[in-house]
Every structure is written in structure tokens, then in C-alpha cells.
Ligand binder design. Sequence first.
Ligand SMILES: [Fe+2]
Ligand SMILES: [Fe+2]
Length: 240
Amino acid sequence: MAEDAQPLKVAAIGDLHVKTDGTASYKAIFGEISREADVLVIAGDLTDLGKPAEAELLAEDLRACTIPVVAVLGNHDYECGCVEEVSRILQQAGVRLLDGQWTEVGGVGFVGVKGFAGGFGRAMLGSFGEPAIKAMVAESVSEAMRLENAMRQVKTERAMVVLHYAPIVETIAGEPLEIFPFLGSSRLAETIDRFPVKAVVHGHAHRGAYEGKTPGGIPVYNVAQQIPKPNGCPYALLTL
Ligand SMILES: [Fe+2]
Ligand SMILES: [Fe+2]
């Protein structure tokens, strides 16, 4: 870190799953986060079914947030096939929605992609057989390459990677073993380890574990709101 660089307080949360039934409001939590942190990071599944009406509700709650908001989408945000409208609503609410780009807040570069499934280590799904399997592997490789391209653009010394899918197995431990390959891909970690990244956040694995490390030693945090955090809050507080 440069001598004049100020530490940046990051509040990170994932898997808000905002529904139109109005069961959960995030106004109070966004207000609290605005007092405690310099930036809010949301790690995907902002909406429950990817409905524009859900995005509108979240946009309304985000009016309580007075700090910059950086986010990636999750698989749930694609469900209704309205991802462009959902994205537009969130962007109009001031969210810096990352999908293969980076953005700077307070001297820290935030690099975001949704990521994809595909499995981990030697057990990763290989590009073999039916076109449908090859298409799935190609999507997984493509997300890792889009992350790499975005990482190459980063101009700041400090960088945080924001994902929805998990890059390692440690932070999905607790989920049924049978679904591990659908929760993320270690292709993401292989890419991250080639760059000087300070920390990685992801969501998606609601029953996973809070903390882990890439094979290269970069800290990874599962910030899904359902995961218990050291501060006892639904969001994590990280200092970069
Ligand atoms: Fe989720
Ligand atoms: Fe998800």
C-alpha cells in the first residue's frame, strides 16, 4: 500500500433474495452499513427471481445507503429472463454493477464477474462429450477469462474480486457434497492467483463457511447473508 493510502472499510453481503411479498426490508441494514463502512459490496442474488418489481424494491431500500455500492449479479437475478431490465433499474439506483469490469472506490479497485459452476480441482467438469456439457464448461472458462481481462485493466495497487459463485471449496463446506460442482469453479481461483488481489468475496453457498484461502494464499470470504460472520451481522466488515 502506498504511504498515503487510507485503509478502506468494506461492508460485504450476498444473497439478499429480495421478494415482492415485502417480507424483508434492507433499509435499516443499509443505513447501519453506511455509518460503519466506506463502500457496500453485494455479491449477487440481489433479487429472488430476477423480477423487475423485485429490483425496484431493492432500489427503493438502497436510497437508505449513502456510500458507494458495488455489485455483481447472481444466478437468481437471471431466472425471469429480465436481466437487462433488472440491471438498468439497479444502475439507475446508483449501483456500480460489474460484469467483467472494474471500478475504483477510495483507492481500491473492485473487479467483478458472476462466475459460474463447473467444480473444483481434479474433479472439475471437463470439455468432453455432448455439446451441452461442452457449453457448460465453455461458460465456466469464459467467466474466468472475463475476470482475467478485467484484472488486467486494474490501475490501483489494492484490488478486491467480487463474485457470486465460489472460487474454492473451503467456503462452500457445509453444503451437501453432491452439489459442490454447481456452487463454483476453481478456474476462478486459478485466475485470481495470477494477480495481486487483497481479498475475494462471493455468495451463492447459503450453507457454506465464512472464510478460506485460494491455493496462492489470497483470503476468500463467503458473505452470503445466511452465513454467520465474526461481527454477528448479516454482512462482513473487511478492511483493505
Ligand atoms: Fe442465493
Ligand atoms: Fe446463487
